[in-house]
Design a protein around this ligand. Structure first.
Ligand SMILES: CC(C)(COP(=O)(O)OP(=O)(O)OC[C@H]1O[C@@H](n2cnc3c(N)ncnc32)[C@H](O)[C@@H]1OP(=O)(O)O)[C@@H](O)C(=O)NCCC(=O)NCCS
Length: 267
């Protein structure tokens, strides 16, 4: 069900709705273009993206093809209606995941559900196709750097075990500044609020203020922390939470501004 949003009278209206599987290549392209200039997903992981732009899309497509089949994940898109061509355009995409054992019970498939087989099969499919069609836009040693860094980060413990986690968010560059990003973030914040649990995100470099403006009120380290973390020298990656209680506003006591001040100055 699409939700029509008119953020400010001066800005064109847009809608939010769940993404369709047939849109995966479009969403991958929005991600690739959105993260094109990002220090981590652009220059660091994909130094050859100018030469192989389609392979850069492939990176995002393969992630999506696997995680699409995890029922605790949700892909939400923002769209506009282009009246000139009479067509709906996907302008942004947010990939939210419901973390935690309660989330798995509530949204995941039961142990006996035959659809559970699709997730490992899609993993296998992407591994095999990656061998035949490697991502030539990526640095060969860095394509899996995110996966290698994940074991070093686990802020989802204690009262934060249950969380709506924003895995990836991007708005197509030509639609920046029209409220689409904030609305896609708000979608997950609303789900977290409904369940009275926290929301979380790992902010890309330079996006700290954006998430703080969206309502994330605590920080919990960075994605590069821990000895031997392959992201140790990569800027950004501040882990943000929008903690409960939902009634309170503003930055909570646990917010460590030293994590973000330096990043903000550089951005
Ligand atoms: C970050 C991103 C999603 C923002 O999307 P957007 O649609 O341009 O953002 P919005 O128009 O909804 O902006 C909401 C507010 O945040 C502000 N904002 C947007 N980007 C910002 C940034 N990088 N730093 C600080 N504030 C920012 C806007 O000015 C706006 O403020 P206002 O409501 O007071 O006017 C978009 O810039 C993007 O796709 N970037 C590339 C991919 C990326 O970095 N994703 C985040 C990864 S964690």
């Amino acid at each position: 069900m699409a939700t029509s949003i008119n953020p400010r009278p001066a800005l064109p209206p847009f809608s939010l709705r769940p993404a369709r599987r047939s849109e995966q290549p479009t969403l991958a392209n929005v991600y690739a273009r959105g993260f094109w200039k990002d220090v981590l997903f652009g220059d660091y992981i994909h130094p050859y993206r100018e030469k192989y732009p389609a392979d850069n899309d492939l990176y995002w497509l393969r992630r999506m093809q696997v995680e699409w089949w995890d029922w605790t994940h949700r892909f939400i898109v923002s769209t506009v209606n282009d009246e000139k061509i009479g067509k709906e355009i996907v302008t942004g995409v947010a990939h939210w995941a419901r973390l935690g054992p309660e989330g798995a019970k509530k949204y995941g498939l039961r142990w006996w559900d035959p659809r559970r087989i699709i997730l490992p099969l899609s993993h296998l499919y992407t591994s095999i196709t990656s061998c035949f069609f490697p991502n030539r836009a990526a640095h060969p040693d860095l394509e899996d750097v995110i996966e290698r860094a994940y074991p070093f980060i686990n802020p989802w413990t204690g009262s934060r075990e249950e969380s709506w986690y924003l895995e990836w968010l991007a708005v197509a560059p030509e639609y920046h500044g029209q409220g689409h990003g904030r609305a896609l973030v708000q979608w997950g914040l609303d789900r977290a609020k409904e369940e009275n649990i926290c929301a979380s995100v790992i902010a890309a470099y330079g996006k700290e203020k954006f998430y703080e403006n969206c309502g994330f009120n605590n920080t919990a380290g960075t994605a590069g922390q821990g000895e031997g973390n392959p992201l140790a020298d990569t800027p950004g990656g501040v882990v943000y939470f929008r903690d409960v209680p939902w009634e309170s506003n503003g930055l909570a006591n646990g917010h460590d501004s030293s994590l973000t001040n330096g990043l903000r100055q550089k951005s």
